[in-house]
Design a binder for this molecule. Structure first.
Ligand SMILES: Cc1cc2nc3c(=O)[nH]c(=O)nc-3n(C[C@H](O)[C@H](O)[C@H](O)COP(=O)(O)O)c2cc1C
Ligand code: SF4
Length: 493
């Protein structure tokens, strides 16, 4: 189950008028732009998308190479490689960059994209840190293995049952009773965190400063990110994107819910401190001639979370510090995630904040198209007013040429990000540039791909994953039913 707006409206796709090749050649969308030390050949951008194709220990696979090679064949201005873990710890089939042993595979990825785009597309990599999240436990297992009974629980039990004997009864007996107790009783006895661990699965927060490894994040993360960024440069990436968005460590430091009392939480100036220190360490390691960008949230869309005013402040600070671009996303938080099934982990794209991150055509009156553009525009305005021309990447429901071009013409953003539309048709950029926009396979924004991501299955698009399965050498998903890549477009027809 994922969140839906109250009184949902099913929106039609935007009516499209496609430019001919001359009009496209003149469009701002297809003009070069400088991004720090880089020049993009056009103002189009494929933001990070996790495809679930790495090995279980985080190495680049043939499938990763083919996935990025396929996007590169459409020749967008830039592609950002999926969120890639900065630490040398197991994290499932997600790419990793936390040790030098990952460099050769990543270098092959860079070479693949260069070849497939004929040198046209710049390749960046998004680097991420995340904290522990556990699967939702079975009730019996939770009380037998994870729950630490204390005096406060016993007293709450006495209060809820009017039975004083709970103060002295043997611990095993109390735990056995709680394991079969109704939810109403558990809500009275367990504190908020224990209840959350039972109902959603245990999740660490940056505010858990009673844990040494969380308390020390500000001391260790700058070096970990700097080392990862250096590896990105070694592997040949054109730049690195610090992942300060969604449900992960750095976004949690920026969050208005971060109330750490050690100078890294509370007021905005304190919440932005570690993100700036991480940036400074990265910049010192990779040098001023290397592109370092950031992805962060224009709105967290959770109760008590950061809003656009915070994002404007962060954007100004990031531009002032010297980030080469600011890429905006929205929402995607754990705080409002739906309850997972027993044995599964919470997924930060199932609540309202998740909806705002990847809005669908089942929407409110505003609809999913360009929904986040006004927020990107507000951040761009503030950054520009400060005298910085740091490019702003806007993403979220941008799907047709006229929409993208008018965002640029109105000065609401500098670069256009397309995630799902590029997945639906990686050749969008080439087709539109050549005046063949009518051939674009239009994303329907119904999030079949996102459901695959949620299930940790190889991500594909419903518009092409069952087509032309009998083509020679077509690579199939592990379930054997879906092709892993969009069919090739015959460019020279
Ligand atoms: C399958 C999938 C995986 C994604 N993975 C990432 C990711 O690794 N990092 C990130 O910042 N955003 C990720 N996103 C969010 C997209 O980059 C983008 O912000 C979002 O899909 C909205 O843009 P769109 O409307 O153009 O799809 C992912 C989106 C999808 C659909
Ligand atoms: S699966 Fe659906 S939402 Fe995802 S890219 Fe394809 S058409 Fe778009």
């Amino acid at each position: 189950m994922t969140w839906r707006p109250a009184n949902p409206i099913r929106h039609e796709l935007l009516a499209a008028r496609w430019p001919d090749a001359d009009e496209a050649a003149r469009a701002l969308l297809f003009q070069p732009i400088r991004v720090g030390a880089l020049t993009l050949a056009q103002r189009t951008w494929v933001p990070a998308m996790v495809p679930w194709r790495a090995t279980a220990d985080g190495f680049v696979t043939r499938e990763n190479l083919d996935w990025y090679g396929r996007f590169a064949a459409g020749r967008p201005g830039a592609i950002v490689v999926e969120a890639t873990g900065v630490r040398d710890i197991p994290s499932g089939p997600l790419l990793r960059i936390g040790h030098d042993r990952f460099i050769p595979g990543l270098r092959e990825l860079v070479e693949t994209v260069r070849r497939a785009s004929a040198g046209h597309t710049r390749l960046l990599i998004q680097i991420i840190d995340f904290l522990t999240i556990k699967r939702r436990p079975e009730k019996a297992k939770f009380f037998a293995r994870f729950f630490a009974l204390n005096e406060r629980h016993r007293r709450a039990l006495v209060g809820a049952t009017n039975d004083e004997s709970w103060l002295t009864v043997d611990e095993q007996q109390v735990l056995a009773m709680l394991a079969v107790a109704p939810d109403e009783l558990l809500e009275k006895v367990l504190d908020e965190r224990a209840l959350e661990s039972l109902c959603m699965g245990y999740r660490e927060r940056v505010t858990d400063t009673h844990l040494a490894h969380i308390r020390e994040l500000p001391q260790v993360l700058p070096e970990i990110f700097a080392a990862a960024a250096w590896r990105a440069r070694e592997a040949g990436f054109d730049g690195v994107e610090l992942h300060y968005a969604h449900a992960y460590t750095m976004a949690s430091f920026l969050s208005a819910r971060n109330n750490r009392a050690d100078g890294y939480g509370g007021a905005r100036e304190h919440r932005v401190r570690l993100p700036l220190e991480v940036y400074a360490a990265v910049r010192a390691r990779v040098g001023t001639d290397y592109c370092v960008g950031v992805r962060f949230l224009s709105d967290e869309v959770i109760a008590g979370g950061s809003r656009i005013e915070d994002a404007v402040y962060f954007g100004r600070e990031f531009a002032r510090a010297g980030f080469d671009y600011l890429s905006l996303s929205k929402g995607g938080k754990f705080e409002d995630a739906q309850q997972p099934k027993v044995g599964q982990a919470a997924y930060p794209y199932t609540g309202e904040s998740g909806y705002e991150c990847m809005p669908t055509v089942i929407s409110d009156a505003r609809g999913p198209f360009g929904r986040n553009v006004p927020l990107a525009a507000a951040i761009k305005h503030a950054v520009n007013m400060d005298g910085h021309d740091t490019p702003i990447v806007a993403t979220g429901g941008i799907t047709i040429f006229e929409q993208a071009e008018s965002i640029l013409q109105r000065g609401e953003a500098d670069i256009i990000g397309m995630a799902r539309q590029a997945l639906a048709d990686p050749d969008w950029f080439l087709k539109v540039r050549r005046g063949r926009g009518r051939e674009v396979r239009r994303c329907t924004y119904t999030n079949y791909c996102e459901a695959l991501d949620q299930a940790h299955k190889q991500v594909t698009c419903k518009l092409w994953d069952r087509t032309e399965l009998d083509e020679p050498d077509v690579a199939l998903s592990t379930d054997g039913h879906r092709r892993l890549l969009a069919p090739a477009w015959c460019v020279d027809e």
